[in-house]
Design a protein. Structure first.
Lengths: 304, 308
């Protein structure tokens, strides 16, 4: 299964949510890999705490592979190479957790040729043989990278794939997330142009809300009644807006609550962070865990 | 001087095993050329051979610049309708000329790479099974591409019963006093140094491919058994995780089935040390014992329920 993670705008928490989902999926006993296709800023290495590739791989990164400068992109075994104590031993029952970093200072794709699409399709095909889940972090917004992976998946009709669109729970983000999917030159437009079936592609897209502050959240206990009433009204309006834009509950795969840890540092939330040091909220870890299950649960992906 | 090659082995990306006729179509890489099929003791299909022209540096342990020109032979195989392989090899010889000749010269010698200038066989051999420098002749890339060709066939449904890595076997064969050394490197990389009596023949490639198939089977079964976490998970769960091995792998073990008589002693020596079949049998027994104990537990639970 290939999963493409995209967001309407930068700063939505796409990478940090994507990596955490992959991490939870590995803990659930699956072999997973994470491909950093965010070529402009390949920082997935930092989230996995692998300092050697914190800003991308110095050589043999995904950029070089796609350009044809190396035959195999570098693979990082997170369980072996992470600097974080809590990540450095593979927990019993966990699957493989592999990162394919981008190239350090590789730069955004400015265009791509047929050969690049072929290499991309070849890479997806090989990884899919080996891993239960391959998550591809496509950068924010409309980009050549998104177009490239749409072109590559159009050449792999038998390989299942899904898209996750990450957005924050605000007016602008809801409108932008819808625009990214259904707008002019959005995913559906570009996908249809490259040979995907529009309806079929639409069924493979779900939304994930990030940094969500629920009106009844514990953080809001100290608020005045007027503030709480205002928040609740806002939330209602946003729900109505989301429904109108096709970003409502039915198209949503899950939501991740606002967590102070993730606001301060992009990192994996381990059980230790929740139970031992208690810096992260249990709800956050539970949300990632839930998303990691839903991503492969067909009932969550039935046609809309 | 010597022969060297690389074999990539993986699980055929199909839900079940494929029939002989499908094999023929999947491996029919070239119109007009036939796919060779043998049925006993295990179905095995071999594609026609294709050539890749090369003019590049050859790997060398001393990192000296050695230029080779010629063609690499590649082919694909499917064993038991289930295990797919991409395999490439070359025979390295000294060139009689000191410059590159017209391509017709090299095309009339398929699978031969001629070395321009000086080179020592030992240096090349060490360089190839060691850590080849980037930019050198990369037969792994060629074999990988051929395996991709098979896996991307529209006749396959791509719904493989389990996910499993490919393995690669890099081998070097020389003429001399018989010896064999099989080495495991990372989880997916293996090397083989072989010294055989008499001149090189393609039968040596068959031996290497046969070894690669069995090493992949063993590696994959080990992974599946590890994933089952016998003892740490409830019996029924462990058995469910072992099931794909029973359905798709256990019947494929057929060592030296396609190895010529004069090369059999090499397999036999590997059977003594490290003992491929010994390890395979012990794993198979472990799998079957799990099934047996789980069946017993189910039976006694059923009897218990019947009494109540």
């Amino acid at each position: 299964m290939l999963v493409f993670a995209i967001s309407d705008k930068g700063g939505t928490g796409r990478s940090v949510t994507g990596t955490n989902i992959v991490y939870r999926h590995a803990l659930q006993g699956n072999d997973v890999c994470y491909l950093d296709f965010d070529f402009g800023s390949p920082t997935a290495g930092a989230i996995f705490s692998v300092s050697a590739v914190a800003r991308g791989a110095p050589e043999n990164g995904l950029h070089e592979y796609l350009r044809g400068d190396c035959t195999q992109p570098r693979r990082v075994d997170v369980w072996a190479e992470s600097d974080r104590e809590a990540l450095r031993t593979r927990p019993p029952g966990a699957g493989r957790l592999v990162l394919l970093p981008g190239t350090e200072s590789g730069g955004e794709l400015s265009a791509f040729t047929d050969e690049v699409v072929n290499r991309c399709a070849q890479l997806f095909g090989r990884l899919e043989e080996e891993f239960d889940l391959c998550m591809v972090d496509v950068s924010a917004g409309r980009s050549f990278t998104a177009e490239l992976v749409l072109a590559a998946t159009a050449r792999l009709p038998a390989i299942p794939f899904r898209w996750l669109v990450f957005h924050r729970w605000t007016r602008q983000h809801i409108i932008a997330a819808d625009g990214l999917v259904t707008g002019a030159d959005g995913l559906l437009d570009v996908g249809a142009r490259l040979g995907h079936d529009r309806e079929d592609l639409h069924d493979r897209i779900r939304f994930v809300r990030t940094a969500v502050l629920e009106p009844d959240a514990a953080e809001l206990v100290g608020l005045r009644d007027e503030q709480r009433a205002w928040l609740s009204a806002c939330d209602g309006e946003l729900r109505e807006l989301a429904r109108r834009h096709g970003v409502g509950r039915t198209a949503m795969l899950g939501k991740v609550p606002l967590d102070p840890v993730l606001q301060w540092r992009e990192q994996l939330i381990t059980d230790e962070d929740v139970l031992a040091s208690k810096i992260a909220n249990a709800e956050t870890a539970a949300a990632f865990d839930e998303l990691a299950k839903k991503i492969v649960d067909d009932s969550a992906w039935e046609g809309l | 001087m010597l022969a060297m090659g690389e074999v990539h082995t993986g699980l055929l990306q199909n839900s079940g095993e494929i029939s002989e006729s499908t094999c023929r179509q999947v491996l029919g890489l070239m119109a007009g050329e036939t796919v060779r099929v043998s049925r006993r003791p295990i179905p095995h299909a071999l594609s026609p051979e294709r050539l890749t022209g090369v003019d590049c540096a050859l790997p060398s342990a001393s990192r000296s610049r050695i230029r080779g020109v010629g063609t690499v032979v590649s082919r694909c195989a499917v064993t038991g309708g289930r295990v797919a392989q991409g395999s490439s090899y070359v025979r390295v010889v000294r060139s009689e000329a000191d410059r590159r000749l017209p391509w017709s010269h090299y095309l009339s010698r398929p699978g031969v790479v001629e070395v321009l200038g000086k080179a020592k066989a030992a240096d090349l051999a060490e360089g190839f099974v060691g850590d080849p420098a980037p930019g050198c002749l990369d037969m792994g890339a060629i074999s990988g591409r051929f395996l991709d060709l098979v896996q991307a066939s529209p006749l396959l449904d791509r719904r493989a019963p389990f996910r499993i890595p490919r393995t690669s076997l890099r081998w070097v064969a020389e003429t001399g006093e018989p010896s064999i050394r099989f080495t495991l490197h990372t989880e997916q990389e293996r090397t083989l140094r072989l010294t055989h009596p008499g001149p090189f023949t393609p039968a040596v490639v068959d031996l290497c491919e046969d070894l690669a198939t069995h090493d992949w089977l063993l590696t994959s079964l080990l992974i599946i058994v590890e994933r089952a976490r016998i003892g740490a998970t409830p019996g029924a769960q462990a058995v469910a995780r072992l099931a794909p091995a029973i359905d798709h792998l256990l019947h494929l073990w057929m060592p030296a089935a396609r190895v010529e008589e004069w090369l059999r002693p090499f397999w036999e020596s590997l059977e003594r040390q490290p003992g491929f079949t010994r390890q395979w049998r012990s794993l198979v027994d472990r799998v079957r014992d799990q099934i047996a104990t789980s069946t017993l537990a189910l039976l006694s639970a059923a009897t218990e329920a019947g009494r109540r």
